[in-house]
Structure formats: C-alpha cells, structure tokens
Design a protein around this ligand. Structure first.
Ligand code: FAD
Length: 325
C-alpha cells in the first residue's frame, strides 16, 4: 500500500498554527522520501485562510467548513474527518502535541485500532519503516521507535521540522462535513476568554515567564509589563500556577505548554527539569535569578545574577526609553 501521510491542521486566531505548518513540512518530506503522498486537513468555521496556508506546505489539502457546532468541542469532528480520509487511503496520521491534538490521537487510536507514538521530535524512514524520535522523561532523553505496522498515529512536538513553503502551493479541495463522529461530541457549556491571550503561548515569538521568585500575583505585573514591551506573552512556572497567582493556561513545562519562541525570558524561575521540558527548545534563553547556582543557568544564553525586582524594572525602563527614542 503506498504511503499517505495525513496532517491534521490546527487553527488559532483564524490562521494555521506554526506547529501545524512544521508538521506539514515534515510530512511533505517523509512522503517525498517514500514516494508517497502527503495531505492536510483543515476543519474550521472559516477554513479558507488556514487551508491556503497549509497548502503552502503540502501538495493537497482537504478543507472542511464548519464541522462542530458552536457549542461542541472540535476533536471528535476532526477525528471523523480524519477517519474519512483514512477510508480513502491515508496510512499515517500526524497531529500536534496540543490539547486538541492529543484528543484527536486518542480518539483515532480507539476508532481505528492504530498505535500512537507520542511527542515526536523527528521522523525518518529506515528500510521502508517509519522511525520516530520522541522526547521522554521531560525532554531529558530521546527514544527511537520503529513502526512495525503499516499504519500509525504520531503526535509531533514543536521543532521537528522548520516550516518551509513548497515551490508551488498545493491544491485545496473543499468538502462538506463528514457527519457522524466516532464518539458523541462533548458540549461546551461555557467559554471564558482569558485576558491577555490574544497570541497563544505556543505561537508567541517572545515568552516572558514568572516563577516562584516573583513572590505573588502582583509580581506578574512586572512580567506582564516586560512581555508587553517585548511584544510577547506571559508564561509561568508550575510553582506560580500552583500558588494560584496565574491561571494554569499560562503554565510552561511538562504538564503545561511547550513553547519554542525566539526569546524566552525567565524571572525567578529555577529551571527544574519539568519546566525545561517546555522551554528548552527556545532559540535564545535569558534568565534572571539571584541564585548563581540555579539550574536554568546551564541552558541560558545570558544568565543575569540579581534580584528580579531590580533587574526587571531597569530592563523595562530601558525598553521604554528605546521605544520613546
Ligand atoms: C510530574 C511533575 C510535573 C511538573 N510539571 C511542571 C511544569 O509543567 N512546569 C513547571 O514549571 N514545573 C513543573 N513541575 C514542577 C517543577 O519540578 C518545579 O517545582 C517548578 O518548576 C519550580 O518552579 P519555580 O522555578 O518557579 O520555583 P522554584 O524552584 O522555587 O524557583 C524559584 C527561583 O526564583 C529565584 N528567586 C527567588 N526570588 C528571586 C528574586 N527576587 N530575584 C531573582 N530570583 C529570585 C530562586 O533563586 C529560585 O531559583 C512539575 C513537577 C512534577 C513532579
């Protein structure tokens, strides 16, 4: 059976997510190496823009308008569309390591009986079999698994490939929703818009993280200010989240969001293994900590030893001055 890799695209703020674009590039490469096909799926109330964005990376994209009703969750509908494409020949499903992506992978695993490899950091072919490198133990180790079956579901983390446009964009095929979902779609009872969440943590180019060292909810005023001055988004360590200083949605790490920004700035974060699992792929890491032995120093490009309540306001003043100038 020829290989056909299906990428389930995710949409945020009307656009294809950076992670989905990376996975699309990975799938296009794998398909071309195997002499097979790579296709994408976009399911959204307004799929045109994200489907076109996905077609920049994949030769063929199936675009489905609407799908879930406004009060239903997305994942069962995405799984239903994916099942239909599996029925048409898709042999592998690739989806992001996100809350929705994990849900879709689980639903498809149950519906199709295919195995799931989670948290891929890369994939390649060896002797005609798919080999997946996956981050485990909070990113401390990498496992290499060979898929010994003709089919698989792979959840892919950020950075497995750099999103690259094809020489010519692929085609977009518009379809009506598949209809029946593999499980009844859960109904959303209430939606709460989180303040300051205009750009998602995973998509942000700059992430400023506050840890236990910020001392309380008011300490996040400084973190928010620096995030705003740098055009970034506020994140937090689990210690700050557990203390109730900031919502869980802001948590970076093994049990929070995985971020991979151009710049990570950590204030009063020690850099525990579980926190690193969510940020060590950042391109540039700056940390401010008064403890010269804080573990985050090991992975920082710039480690500032000092009190964050001195360094932070000085940095904010400098950024404001540069803006004004
Ligand atoms: C199963 C599991 C999953 C976990 N998942 C996550 C996760 O997803 N994300 C996560 O973050 N953690 C996670 N953790 C928790 C993790 O192990 C750490 O406990 C947590 O990351 C510590 O947060 P912190 O660095 O803010 O706090 P601390 O470790 O207490 O560090 C605070 C730092 O602030 C510095 N500091 C204090 N005051 C100042 C000041 N005024 N100026 C400058 N520096 C100052 C201190 O020197 C210290 O280094 C998990 C743990 C487990 C067991």
């Amino acid at each position: 059976m020829p290989v056909a890799l299906l990428v389930i695209g995710e949409v945020a703020d009307g656009h294809l997510t950076k992670l989905s674009a990376e996975i699309a590039t990975l799938a296009a490469r794998l398909a071309s190496e195997a002499g097979g096909e790579a296709l994408g799926l976009v399911l959204d109330a307004a799929p045109d823009a994200p489907a076109a964005e996905m077609a920049a990376h994949l030769p063929r994209v199936v675009s489905v308008a609407s799908g879930p009703a406004a009060d239903e969750v997305w994942a069962p509908h995405a799984a239903a569309e994916a099942q239909r494409l599996v029925g048409e020949g898709a042999t592998h499903v690739l989806v992001g390591v996100t809350n929705d992506g994990r849900d879709v992978a689980g639903l498809l695993c149950g519906a199709l009986g295919w195995g799931v490899l989670a948290n891929a950091a890369g994939a390649a072919w060896e002797d005609g079999r798919l080999v997946v490198d996956a981050l485990v133990l909070a990113g401390k180790a990498i496992t290499r698994s060979t898929v010994d079956a003709p089919n698989a579901i792979v959840t892919v983390g950020p950075g497995a490939a750099e999103a690259t446009a094809l020489a010519a964009p692929g085609t977009v095929e518009t379809r009506a929703p598949a209809g029946e979902t593999p499980v009844p779609a859960a109904v959303v009872l209430e939606r709460v818009a989180e303040a300051g969440a205009a750009v998602s943590l995973e998509e942000a180019r700059v992430v400023v993280v506050g840890g236990r060292g910020v001392g309380g909810p008011e300490g996040f005023g400084l973190v928010d200010e620096l995030a705003s001055l740098l055009g970034g988004v506020t994140g937090a360590s689990r210690a700050a989240v557990d203390a109730g200083w900031i919502p869980y949605a802001r948590q970076v790490g093994q049990t929070g969001k995985v971020v991979r920004p151009l710049l990570y700035l950590g204030l009063g974060v020690s850099g525990a293994m579980q926190h690193r699992a969510g940020m060590q792929g950042s391109q540039h890491i700056i940390a401010v900590n008064r403890d010269p032995d804080a573990p985050i120093a090991e992975i920082s490009d710039l480690f500032v030893i000092g009190d964050l309540f001195e360094v932070g306001p000085a940095l904010a003043a400098e950024l404001r001055a540069r803006r004004a100038g």
